[in-house]
Every structure is written in structure tokens, then in C-alpha cells.
Write a protein that binds this ligand. Structure first.
Ligand code: SF4
Ligand code: MG
Length: 334
């Protein structure tokens, strides 16, 4: 089948410790029951404000965090049941690109050594008939960098070039999935598009699937086949590009979209701006019922007590999942 990741009910709670005895005072509910699928060769965008759990989710897909509960099948194999050696084997197929190209590359290593890092753990991943040096040069070319630059150090490169180096390292083992945690957030807007274009090119050439994490819906729009919107540890809406951007049904998605600047100034006045009031509540103490109810302009009494499930609702041209009791399409925010 085309299914590569089948994540069910992923939960991650962190203990809050304090007091003289460092006892557990409470729990941060960073991720609180998230389910989704990822298919071969597709891009799933994951979007939400900081504290929504998206980075925790990314780390759990790599098993850099152990789940509190939930399951993840990767290519049909139960990831969280793997021993260390089983996990090492699986990591060949699921690699990560980190947010900040300024801190995720070791400044004392040459970029050639950085790109070759994955081969230290997986020497057998060097393709037959070649060697690490040749493979590193190939990878540099694949990401649009001169293969003559392998002896330079990260500080000799721009932010965009450094993220290309991080991507070269991420694809070195020829993974099936690349988890990208805000890969362009630290870059200038003009450079962001170049890196996103490179990622699309690599996806076409290598058949990679991406989980592309971002805090801004506009960044993931063009690269994503589907988008999941997260709020306070929950996924609140999940749909394909058209469903999320043209027929959003969740009030939170609608608010995020209304905040995206419109390139066409004549359209600015036709569009309704939804201003969210209040801060994101603490994930240590999420609101009862619908977690969004403290900031939602559509909230009713029921929302304070009854938690909405992520289920399909009519969206005007079909249906897609949205976790709102009153989900309905709103097109004047897009
Ligand atoms: Fe708003 Fe209620 Fe829908 Fe939650 S369930 S998003 S509070 S209308
Ligand atoms: Mg694509």
C-alpha cells in the first residue's frame, strides 16, 4: 500500500517537577491524542502556534521522544516496540531536518564530514560501487551546492546554503520520510522560496514523503498535499490543500488564514479579519471541553464541557475532518 506512517492517538505528557523533593506537580500535555496517516511521496504540512505540540510530534515521529501512549506503524512496523538495534535500522528510512541551520551543524566539522555523518552509523548505506567521498559530492550537487566546497566550514556559508547542507545530510541515507521542523523559519523570505523549491525538486526525484512543520499556513501552502492544523496538543482540522485554504471549517484555521497577508491589495477589504484575543493557554492546564473555547468567537455553552472530536463535516464541496461542534465553511477569510 501507499501508506507509510499510520500514527494513532499519540500522547506525550511531560512531568512538571518542583518542591524540595522534586515530586511531580503536574503534567504538560504537549501532545494529547493525535492520529494521522502519511502516504508515500506526499507532503503533510503541520501548522500551529508555538506550544501546540508540533515539534514534539516531529520528534516522536523519529522516536527522539518516547510516547506516553499511542502507536506508530512505519511501513507496517510498530516503531515504539523496536529495540535499539531495530530502531537504528528504521532510522535509515526516516530522517530529520532541523529548524535552525546555524545551530544544527557542528561548527568544527567540514561540511563534507557533516553530510557524511549518517554513514558513521549506517556504513552499509553507501551505494555499491562508490565511496563516502564520492557520495557526499553527489549529495552536495543534488542540493545545489558545489561539490568542491566539502572542505569548508559551516560559517563560510549563508543561512540558505547551510539549510541545503542540513537537507543533504537528511537525504544521505535515501530515507522514505523526511521530517522537517520549521526548515525555513530562520531564513529570509526570499531564501525560503528557494529552499522550498529545492525540497519539491528532491521530492520528485527521490520519491520522498515530507512532514513539513511550520507556524505559518502560508509557508506550507505550495508544498503541502495535505495540511493538519494543531492547537494545544490536538489536531483540530485536517484536509487537502484546497479544503484547508479555500473551505476551512474550524474557527481556529479560519483565524490563522485571515491573518495571512493578501498579496492582492484590492482583495484586502473583501476579506474578514478575525482577531484572536487572549494568549494560548498553558498546555499544563488546557481549557475544558474544546481547548479553543477561551479564544473562539463562535463558542457556545456546549463548547466549555464537551470535547469536539476530529470528525468529518460538510465543507461546501464535500467533507473533511474538523474538531468543532459547529464546523462550517467560511470563505470570506481566504
Ligand atoms: Fe469554537 Fe466551540 Fe467549535 Fe471549539 S467547538 S472551535 S469553541 S465553536
Ligand atoms: Mg508535493
Amino acid at each position: 500500500s501507499d501508506l507509510i506512517i499510520d500514527a494513532k492517538d499519540l500522547v506525550k505528557h511531560y512531568p512538571i517537577r518542583g518542591g524540595v523533593l522534586r515530586g511531580i506537580k503536574g503534567w504538560v500535555k504537549a501532545l494529547d491524542g493525535v492520529s494521522f496517516n502519511l502516504y508515500k511521496g506526499e507532503t503533510l504540512g503541520i501548522v500551529g502556534e508555538s506550544g501546540c505540540g508540533k515539534s514534539t510530534l516531529g520528534r516522536m515521529l523519529m522516536r527522539l521522544e518516547e510516547p506516553t501512549s499511542g502507536s506508530l506503524l512505519f511501513d507496517g512496523v510498530d516503531m515504539y516496540a523496536q529495540s535499539n538495534s531495530g530502531m537504528r535500522h528504521m532510522r535509515r528510512d526516516i530522517q530529520m531536518v532541523f529548524q535552525d541551520p546555524y545551530t544544527s551543524l557542528n561548527p568544527r566539522k567540514t561540511v563534507g564530514d557533516i553530510v557524511a555523518e549518517p554513514f558513521e552509523i549506517h556504513p552499509d548505506a553507501v551505494p555499491k560501487g562508490t565511496n563516502i567521498r564520492t557520495r557526499v559530492k553527489e549529495l552536495m550537487e543534488l542540493v545545489g551546492l558545489s561539490p568542491d566546497m566539502t572542505n569548508r566550514y559551516p560559517h563560510q556559508f549563508s543561512g540558505g546554503q547551510r539549510q541545503r547542507i542540513g537537507i543533504a545530510r537528511g537525504i544521505a541515507l535515501n530515507p522514505k520520510v523526511l521530517v522537517c521542523d520549521e526548515p525555513v523559519s530562520a531564513l529570509d523570505v526570499s531564501v525560503q522560496a528557494q529552499v522550498v523549491n529545492l525540497m519539491e525538486k528532491l521530492q520528485d526525484e527521490l520519491g520522498l514523503a515530507y512532514v513539513f512543520i511550520a507556524h505559518d499556513l502560508s509557508v506550507v501552502r505550495h508544498i503541502s498535499d495535505r495540511v493538519g492544523v494543531m492547537y494545544l496538543g490536538k489536531m483540530v482540522e485536517l484536509g487537502d490543500e484546497e479544503q484547508i485554504y479555500e473551505r476551512p471549517t474550524h474557527p481556529y484555521t479560519q483565524a490563522l488564514l485571515s491573518a495571512v497577508p493578501v498579496p492582492d491589495p484590492t482583495k484586502r477589504f473583501e476579506r474578514e479579519q478575525i482577531v484572536l484575543t487572549g494568549d494560548v493557554p498553558s498546555p499544563a492546564n488546557p481549557p475544558s471541553g474544546c481547548r479553543f473555547h477561551t479564544r473562539c468567537w463562535r463558542a457556545q455553552e456546549r463548547c466549555e464541557t464537551e470535547e469536539p472530536l476530529l470528525i468529518e463535516h460538510a465543507d461546501g464541496a464535500g467533507e473533511h475532518p474538523s474538531a468543532c461542534h459547529f464546523a462550517e465553511p467560511k470563505t470570506d477569510v481566504v
